[in-house]
Design a protein around this ligand. Structure first.
Ligand code: S3P
Length: 445
């Protein structure tokens, strides 16, 4: 591992034997962001255990501090003394969201309806990502925006002083857009409704209720979920325990599947059905995955996941599964590259607007490793032949943590090592990735 500050961190992953051990992946990123945001706008004290201390969540922490919330860490517990929504202060400088799309979109929702002006920026990856999807509903609620072409960061938003509640039908299946509108609805008089034709992850709904908001869900005539939030609720601080993130667990999970004889236990992982598509997909490929000690922690279903390594076969993943594993396609593609027979992942258009164009980077990276891949429209087709791919490439990660970690996982199974151009971005979601993987038997350095 070569690293000096501000210089790229090149990492190499080499062929490994069976993986063994028990690990607890880092805290759920979605729940961590929302814990800080809702804790910051509630009245009273919120205490959070298991918070993901990745750079993305720390961007949210810094933003809420800039808005007036008091946030400190004592021992293992993050303590948030919320200011109350009404008392959020105009930030005195630009809010830097770093690499974090979730911080960006949810905070635009929160601040687009406060009577002051906020300025946002982010890193080179975030400055390429579309914000029009939140600008549009927030404009309907009364916010005014100034941004770069195509609704890109940097961006300024003048918050609506008297926001209007709206009924908004999501044009894309996006939990971030849903959450932005719901968070904005907190400041509006009356009921804000989000209509969600395809269910996406629901930590915002669950946590808003837990903090004291009145939120109900029913069905529209065409069978979509209609989420109704009563505006101007009294939110009060609470205790939160964050489960481990299934999106981070997916890396050791797939790595164990790829190495014959592996036996790995992943502790305390959130298995909310709106997030757990990766488990089903790997099981369909023939992976041996068992859920043990299923329980509920702070209103979220949690389990310990036991995974054993063995042969995988190709699989077709329908587009209906995208929302429940939207972030896991890159690592599932690594499994498909090692599986016997073709895999087809259908309907991956949203992957083009993640931290990078993941559809393109996965395809190009796999091709560089000697795997036959095609993109047909928004579908990804990977021709595994059941043999270890060649590897032997340096992968462009384009500031995308999941691309970086996915190819390091693949390098554990390829005949030649796989390098990535820069691993610093892994710290956005999984700061201890290299140590945790090496503890299980990986050779990454
Ligand atoms: C997230 C929603 C998803 C996901 C992201 C986290 C969230 O994004 O990709 O990593 O916490 O709401 P989209 O809403 O854009 O699909």
């Amino acid at each position: 591992m070569k690293h000096t500050e501000n210089a790229p961190l090149s990492l190499v992953s080499r062929l490994t034997g069976a993986l063994r051990g028990t690990v607890t992946p880092p805290g759920d990123k979605s729940i961590s962001h929302r814990s800080i945001m809702l804790g910051g706008i509630a009245v009273g004290r919120t205490r959070v255990r298991g918070l993901l201390e990745g750079e993305d969540v720390l961007s949210t922490v810094a933003a809420l501090q800039a808005l007036g919330a008091k946030i400190v860490k004592e021992g293992d517990v993050w303590i948030i003394d919320g200011v109350g929504l009404e008392n959020l202060m105009e930030p005195t400088s630009v809010l830097d969201m770093g690499n974090s799309g979730t911080s960006a979109r949810l905070l635009i929702g929160l601040l687009g309806v406060r009577p002051f002006t906020s300025f946002f920026t982010g890193d080179a990856s975030l400055c390429k990502r579309p914000m029009g999807r939140v600008i549009e509903p927030l404009s309907q609620m009364g916010a005014t925006f100034m941004s770069r072409a195509g609704g890109r960061f940097p961006l300024a938003v003048r918050g609506a002083a008297e926001p209007t509640s709206i009924t908004y039908r999501l044009p894309v299946a996006s939990a971030q857009v849903k959450s932005a509108v719901l968070l904005a609805g907190l400041s509006a008089e009356g009921v804000t409704t989000v209509i969600e034709p395809v269910p996406t992850r629901d930590p915002t709904e669950r946590m808003l209720r837990a903090f004291g908001a009145t939120l109900t869900i029913d069905k529209t005539e065409d069978g979509a979920d209609a989420i109704h939030l009563q505006g101007r609720p009294h939110l009060t601080g609470r205790e939160i325990i964050v489960p481990a993130d299934i999106s981070s667990a997916a890396f050791p999970l797939v790595a164990a599947c790829l190495r014959e004889g592996s036996k790995v236990m992943l502790m305390n992982v959130g298995i909310n059905e709106r997030r757990a598509g990766i488990l089903l997909s790997l099981q369909e490929m023939g992976a041996v995955i068992l859920l043990e000690n299923e329980r509920e922690v702070c209103g979220e279903p949690v389990a310990d996941i036991l995974v054993r390594g063995g042969a995988l076969k190709g699989v077709t993943i329908p587009s209906s599964r995208v929302p429940s594993m939207v972030d896991e396609y890159p690592v599932l593609a690594m499994a498909a590259a090692c599986a016997e027979g073709p895999s087809r992942f259908i309907g991956l258009g949203e992957l083009r607007v993640k931290e990078s164009d993941r559809l393109m980077l996965v395809a190009e990276g796999l091709q560089a490793c000697g795997v036959a891949v095609e993109i047909e429209g928004d579908d990804l087709i990977i021709h595994g032949n059941g043999k270890p791919p060649r590897g032997g490439a340096t992968i462009t990660t384009a500031l995308d943590h999941r691309i970086a970690m996915s190819f390091l996982v693949l390098g554990m199974a390829t005949s030649e090592p796989i390098a990535i151009d820069d691993g610093r971005v892994i710290a956005t979601s999984f700061p201890k990735f290299v140590t945790m993987m090496n503890d299980l038997g990986a050779k990454i350095g």
